[in-house]
Write a protein that binds this ligand. Structure first.
Ligand code: ADP
Length: 165
């Protein structure tokens, strides 16, 4: 059944971390098709532009032919319904994500009753990784090689150097 299911994994991915990549890998094993949906992010000020975030996500998803990358703006529901998605994927880390994700899943059930939210947990070693901390550590000159791919690491270094002028 899951082989026929299109699953959509939305997020801001500012930038994509090894935790996100672990979720994509697990999703690719479970679902016939996966769309990683990168939010335009008008509600949040992002470090990377939408194009940059998309490029990094595309690079990370290259090994998985059944995974596509798209951007979306506006209501997630409209994107999922337009694509015919049947599952919305979210990653769950330890306990910190639970309240927010549980609430989001409940709201989304009202907005799109035919779509199930599916939670995947990453490998233990990625449980604590967040894009926010990655940006913060990198901006203070710390190493982030255990948290993001080499490609993302290079982009972070270049972006922060450019910002410093
Ligand atoms: P959002 O702005 O929607 O929270 P994020 O890019 O921060 O987008 O995260 C997208 C999804 O990936 C969320 O469900 C988030 O909980 C999950 N996620 C973030 N970091 C990790 C991680 N290290 N391991 C597993 N899931 C994660």
């Amino acid at each position: 059944m899951a082989e026929n299911v299109l699953a959509i994994y939305p997020g801001t991915f500012d930038p994509i971390t090894l935790g996100h990549e672990d979720i994509v890998r697990r999703a690719a094993q479970l679902f016939g098709r996966v769309i990683v949906a990168v939010a335009a992010g008008h509600h949040k000020k992002t470090l990377f532009s939408l194009e940059e975030r998309m490029e990094m996500v595309c690079e990370a998803c290259k090994p998985y032919p059944q995974v596509q990358v798209e951007s979306f703006s506006g209501l997630m529901r409209d994107f999922v319904v337009a694509r015919g998605g049947k599952a919305m994927l979210r990653g769950l880390r330890a306990v910190t994500d639970f309240d927010y994700e549980f609430q989001l899943a409940g709201m989304n059930r009202h907005l799109m009753p035919d779509v199930e939210t599916v939670f995947l947990t990453p490998s233990d070693k990625y449980q604590f990784i967040s894009s926010t901390f990655v940006r913060e550590i990198a901006s203070l000159g710390g190493e982030v090689d255990k948290f993001v791919s080499a490609n993302v690491q290079q982009r972070l270094t270049a972006k922060l150097a450019m910002q410093k002028g």
